[in-house]
Design a protein around this ligand. Structure first.
Ligand SMILES: [Zn+2]
Length: 143
């Protein structure tokens, strides 16, 4: 591998799962399998508040469950096809329609909506409504 001596600013990279182009984060924690660490962090931050409410609020818990399924479905882990299948099955169950047969290697070429869209609209739209729209789009993209 060629060694690059240039000192350059960190450049934005595309998430291997959803394709979201995000600036790298300095103190990135553990990345979700199949996702970049900046995408994982954006997801965690976006869902942070509602995740805290989930213990006491069944509606928040359902939204968190749906968001986790959408995120798993959009970030397939080649080493964990069962997780992907479970996520896509959860979405199909939620929105109706047949459960598609899915493989991490044969994921949709493009996504209509990602967690960046959820984060961007958070000021104007209620998070559970955004999660619903996002999860439905992910489910449709798999069909
Ligand atoms: Zn991503």
């Amino acid at each position: 591998m060629r060694h690059d001596r240039r000192v350059s600013a960190p450049t934005a990279t595309a998430c291997p799962g959803c394709g979201a182009v995000l600036a790298p984060v300095a103190d990135a924690g553990r990345a979700h399998p199949g996702a970049s660490s900046s995408c994982t962090q954006l997801f965690e931050v976006t869902l942070g508040g509602i995740r805290e409410e989930a213990a006491a609020d069944p509606a928040a818990a359902a939204a968190v469950q749906l968001a986790d399924a959408a995120y798993d479905a959009q970030h397939p882990d080649p080493d964990d096809p069962v997780r992907l299948a479970a996520a896509v099955a959860h979405l199909a169950e939620r929105f109706g329609g047949p459960v598609p047969s899915v493989q991490p290697a044969r994921r949709p070429a493009a996504w209509r909506m990602t967690v960046t869209d959820v984060a961007a609209d958070l000021d104007v739209v209620d998070l559970p409504a955004l999660v619903e729209t996002w999860a439905r789009a992910v489910s449709d993209d798999w069909h």
